[in-house]
Design a protein around this ligand. Structure first.
Ligand SMILES: *[C@@H]1O[C@H](CO)[C@@H](O)[C@H](O)[C@H]1NC(C)=O
Ligand SMILES: *[C@@H]1O[C@H](CO)[C@@H](O)[C@H](O)[C@H]1NC(C)=O
Ligand SMILES: *[C@@H]1O[C@H](CO)[C@@H](O)[C@H](O)[C@H]1NC(C)=O
Ligand SMILES: *[C@@H]1O[C@H](CO)[C@@H](O)[C@H](O)[C@H]1NC(C)=O
Ligand SMILES: *[C@@H]1O[C@H](CO)[C@@H](O)[C@H](O)[C@H]1NC(C)=O
Ligand SMILES: *[C@@H]1O[C@H](CO)[C@@H](O)[C@H](O)[C@H]1NC(C)=O
Ligand SMILES: *[C@@H]1O[C@H](CO)[C@@H](O)[C@H](O)[C@H]1NC(C)=O
Ligand SMILES: *[C@@H]1O[C@H](CO)[C@@H](O)[C@H](O)[C@H]1NC(C)=O
Length: 352
């Protein structure tokens, strides 16, 4: 989830099959991925469905125009001296605090980031991952009259900049040190961030599970600001960082459903040989939701989703640039603020 007043450049929108030559690179990137997936074997479904990594990040489509510039004060990640000691901070603040004060803080819809401070220079830094075109655009597509397929502006990316705005994080959120790392661990992490940023290119709002119970099957994992923070912590732990023992909770937006059914990609559903009934059903589902509206309207759209989902018990999920049908189950949608513990040293997670 984006921090208020940040965000914005063009997005990973897709066009229908054979739309424009500008799509060629994008298609090529997708093609590589499918090759990789084919090699992994497509016979049996794997849950949760692995988030696809791309060979590079494409330029966002010019249709996607950010209301707030993405990463306006971004700077390159500095190279730290080997003998430097870097403090690592957990940063958390309510989403859209800029506009709505602590309102969403009470709803516990929080944005996560990481802070760093160099002992040698005294300089500190903030690192976060968020939507290029805000949450609404990453959750719902645009239905463009001139295009058959829904159009997504759903890129997300990492942003690194100088400074930590203590008041922003502390006042209605959290600013707490979680680890201390040597300079060369920071430099190794920076390399990994570059790779992660180039290959993990789109935002995913929803976590989809079979039920709210512990141990319930997870069908899809979200890919958002908190997941980036968790991946980074895990990377640091893998590099030998030791974390403090403190409670760390995160916001997750859940959908609950029975086993999802794979429907196809944009071409196979909305292309010339696609199933028109299905294409129409997907578009009809998305029709009430307005992606361009941020903030208040997004919450309104969430309520509408709730309605649609309860009455019709169905949801069309867009994940890895493919569509899935979710047979929705009670309690349908939930926003939680639950603990995900800091990693143990050497506790290597590969899936995230
Ligand atoms: C969402 O995308 C639309 C289409 O590009 C754009 O007009 C709008 O500004 C975006 N919303 C935000 C909050 O950036
Ligand atoms: C924290 O919340 C209060 C009450 O909603 C608000 O007035 C204040 O501006 C918020 N702090 C920051 C740094 O935005
Ligand atoms: C991540 O990628 C975006 C989009 O290309 C870029 O603006 C940003 O600077 C990159 N972030 C880092 C930390 O390299
Ligand atoms: C970051 O640096 C600024 C400017 O020196 C300072 O005001 C702030 O307290 C620092 N924050 C942290 C968490 O180190
Ligand atoms: C979409 O799916 C079809 C059929 O499964 C496949 O042949 C095609 O390559 C896919 N399209 C893209 C853009 O990946
Ligand atoms: C087309 O899609 C509809 C709705 O998903 C489905 O009921 C129908 O069986 C599909 N038709 C074909 C020929 O696959
Ligand atoms: C954090 O999550 C745990 C359970 O995961 C819960 O017991 C606790 O109340 C949560 N803390 C806050 C501040 O919400
Ligand atoms: C972490 O792994 C290294 C090498 O695999 C090992 O030497 C070290 O003892 C491990 N540390 C902990 C805390 O498990």
């Amino acid at each position: 989830m984006a921090q208020a007043g940040s965000a914005g450049r063009g997005a990973a929108g897709q066009k229908p099959a054979g739309a424009a030559p500008g799509c060629a690179l994008w298609r090529w990137a997708l093609g590589l991925l499918w090759l990789a997936l084919a090699a992994a074997g497509s016979s049996r479904r794997q849950w949760p469905v692995p988030y696809k990594r791309f060979s590079f990040r494409p330029e966002p489509d010019p249709y996607c125009q950010a209301k707030y510039t993405f990463c306006p004060t971004g700077s390159p990640i500095p190279i730290m001296k080997d003998d430097d000691v870097i403090e690592v901070f957990r940063l958390q603040a309510p989403v859209w605090e800029f506009k709505y004060g602590n309102l969403l803080g009470h709803l516990k819809i929080m944005h996560d980031a990481i802070g760093f401070k160099s002992t040698l220079t005294g300089q500190n830094y903030t690192m976060e991952w968020y939507e290029l075109f805000q949450l609404g655009n990453c959750t719902f597509p645009h239905l463009r009259p001139e295009m058959n397929a829904p159009f997504w502006c759903n890129q997300g990316a990492a942003c690194f900049f100088e400074g930590i705005d203590d008041i922003h994080w502390k006042e209605n959120g959290t600013l707490v040190q979680v680890a201390t790392i040597p300079g060369n661990t920071f430099n190794k992490m920076a390399k990994w961030v570059k790779w992660d940023n180039e290959t993990g290119i789109y935002y995913e709002t929803w976590t989809v599970q079979a039920s709210p119970e512990k141990g319930a099957e997870t069908w899809f994992e979200s890919y958002d600001c908190s997941k980036f923070v968790l991946r980074t912590y895990n990377k640091l732990a893998e590099l030998g960082a030791e974390f403090k023992k403190i409670e760390t909770n995160y916001t997750r937006i859940f959908l609950y459903s029975g086993e999802p059914t794979y429907l196809g990609n944009e071409t196979s559903i909305f292309g010339p040989t696609g199933n028109q009934t299905l294409a129409l059903a997907v578009k009809r589902f998305y029709y009430p939701f307005k992606p361009h509206s941020a903030t208040k309207e997004f919450l309104f759209s969430l309520l509408q989703i709730f309605d649609a989902v309860i009455i019709h018990r169905q949801f069309y999920l867009f994940y890895n640039f493919e569509y899935w049908f979710l047979p929705m189950k009670f309690p349908f949608i939930k926003i939680t603020y639950e603990e995900i513990p800091l990693p143990n040293r050497n506790n290597t997670l590969s899936g995230l």
